[in-house]
Design a protein around this ligand. Structure first.
Ligand code: CMP
Length: 147
């Protein structure tokens, strides 16, 4: 059965361009509960660790430099079928290929500065949530009736 959790990041470009509010509205309008949220700036080595799976790819260095270039918003989002539905909501990696109405189509400026990240599997949703939040940080919030 598909999991009910995904990890999302509003990327530095979208934060700099003041799109946080629009993106959070879109997420909530689409049925997600924001169970945990924080503003944080990654160091280069943090971004390298988060995106280690892409190490060696041509876009890796640009990606980790960009992801550590300014504040980001990290979030644990809850909803049935969270991973798959969220990837549909954000759209294709390349904003030119992203469908109309998707978050990347609206707010991304390039493949690297593509506004938002969403986990690509339930297993990565767990790993990525633990990267940014302690288990208590999002469990406690869901237990007090946000859900
Ligand atoms: P994200 O969902 O954060 O996961 C990996 C990121 O790598 C992706 O979004 C893009 O920002 C970036 N990425 C993936 N493929 C490419 C590519 N072909 N060129 C540039 N950046 C890419």
């Amino acid at each position: 059965m598909a999991g009910n959790k995904t990890l999302a990041i509003i990327k530095p470009g979208a934060v700099r361009n003041k799109h946080i509010g629009h993106i959070l509205s879109k997420i909530e309008e689409n049925g997600y509960t924001i169970a945990a949220i924080k503003t944080i700036q990654l160091r280069l080595e943090d971004a390298a660790e988060f995106y280690a799976v892409h190490q060696g790819k041509p876009f890796y260095q640009e990606l980790i430099e960009f992801m550590s270039s300014g504040p980001i918003i990290a979030m644990v989002l809850l909803k049935d079928n969270a991973v798959e539905d969220f990837r549909a909501l954000i759209g294709a990696t390349d904003p030119e290929k992203a469908a109309e109405g998707t978050i990347r189509r609206m707010f991304a400026t390039s493949k690297t500065a593509n506004a938002i990240h969403g986990s690509d599997s339930d297993e990565n949703a767990e790993r990525e949530s633990s990267f940014f939040f302690s288990r208590q940080e999002w469990l406690r919030k869901t237990q007090v009736g946000l859900d």
